[in-house]
Write a protein that binds this ligand. Structure first.
Ligand SMILES: [Fe+2]
Length: 376
């Protein structure tokens, strides 16, 4: 049999042209007015107790004002995250904002793209978010040079590695709900993305704390009833003080005791309310017992991708989420030196409401997976 020798040449690789996100050609920031400003002398008083009436209570549950211009609404995952196209947050009426609060409480996180909200100015932006509650001022994070300490600037770039340095030698993926050591921690929160890393990355990971609670066995849930935990921001304070004379410490260190399982005031859903960034120990447990339980709960939040989603941004994307029913984490996965730039406006909400847990409180019946397997 005749044999032939074939020369196999590898096909020329297709030129893979990745679409790039907007950048200025000279490398300058797309939104210089939002560059971070650090003032080590700045001081801000704590807000103190305030009555919080959640605007979600008065929302129409059919969302006629929020969704009247929506062209597409789709869930990012079954348990958390919904993306809404065709809606400009800046154009929402007070009734539309009430509905936004309700939908954020139900879905955890809501993603809106191409938002002119980014360009309406600091005061107008604050007016929108203050609809949900008094605005939080961070203890040390920067704000724009023009002022507005309520605008927390999120910035990572080769000219300002302050945030990236703070994660040196440890994982930047840290699940948390923002500012839980506050006596009345945050509720509805906005991130406005100003500039994303060029190709990909800088996503936010988000996890449903309602699904985290509901996925526990009824007997384990019952074991959590009545437990409280200490939340403290002392790790963050220590980290900030490493900046020496440039450290910003505009507020006192925060420490607070909160229930381990809370109830959302509007949806009445129960949610697991611990996180590895701020929750230090279970009150009344010995140290080893507390460490053991918290380690399980933190692993449960981090590992259960079945109640997580991932939010990708471009300049103009706004994420609106309810901190009481979610945990989130940054990713910091893009090349060091690339610019990621955003602002956060955070409304404060109610004092966390402890959940009463019956062994058969109907929660198990909401989980079809458990019902089908006879686990209730
Ligand atoms: Fe955060």
């Amino acid at each position: 049999m005749a044999t032939t020798t074939e020369t196999v040449t590898a096909a020329a690789p297709l030129a893979l042209k990745l679409s790039q996100r907007p950048k200025n050609a000279d490398g300058s920031a797309l939104y210089p007015d939002f560059l971070p400003h650090y003032d080590p002398l700045e001081k801000v008083d704590d807000l103190g107790y305030f009555e919080h009436i959640d605007v979600g209570h008065r929302a129409d549950p059919t969302f006629p004002n929020l969704l009247k211009n929506a062209t597409k609404v789709y869930d990012l995952s079954p348990n958390v995250g919904t993306e809404i196209e065709g809606v400009q947050l800046s154009q929402l009426s007070p009734e539309g904002l009430d509905e936004l609060a309700l939908l954020a409480a139900q879905r955890g996180g809501l993603v809106f793209r191409n938002q002119d909200f980014i360009g309406i100015g600091l005061e107008e932006q604050k007016k929108v978010v203050a609809h949900f509650g008094p605005l939080h001022v961070h203890g040390w994070a920067p704000h724009p040079a023009a002022g507005s300490p309520e605008h927390m600037i999120i910035y990572d770039h080769k000219e300002d590695l302050r945030v990236r340095r703070s994660w040196k030698g440890r994982s930047p993926v840290q699940w948390h709900s923002d500012q839980t050591p506050e006596p009345q921690p945050p509720g509805v929160t906005f991130i406005g993305m100003l500039e994303s890393p060029a190709a990909a990355g800088g996503d936010t990971l988000m996890s449903s704390s309602v699904a985290a609670y509901r996925s526990l066995s009824p007997r384990f849930r019952k074991r959590l009833e009545g437990l409280t935990a200490i939340h403290s921001n002392n790790d963050g304070v220590k980290q900030e003080l490493k900046n020496g004379d440039n450290a910003v410490m505009r507020r006192q260190e925060l420490i607070q005791e909160h229930p381990v399982v809370i109830v959302h005031p509007v949806t009445k859903e129960k949610a697991l309310f611990v996180n590895p960034v701020y929750t230090k120990r279970i009150v009344g447990f010995d140290e080893e017992e507390s460490d053991y339980l918290l380690k399980f709960l933190f692993d449960h939040i981090a590992k259960r991708q079945d109640f997580q989603c991932r939010i990708r941004y471009e300049a103009g994307t706004v994420l609106v989420w309810d901190q009481r029913v979610t945990n989130h984490s940054q990713t910091l996965d893009y090349p060091a030196g690339d610019r990621r730039h955003a602002f956060r406006l955070t409304s404060l909400a109610n004092k966390p409401i402890p959940a009463l847990i019956e062994e058969d409180d109907g929660e198990c019946a909401k989980d079809l997976g458990r019902v089908q397997l006879g686990l209730c």
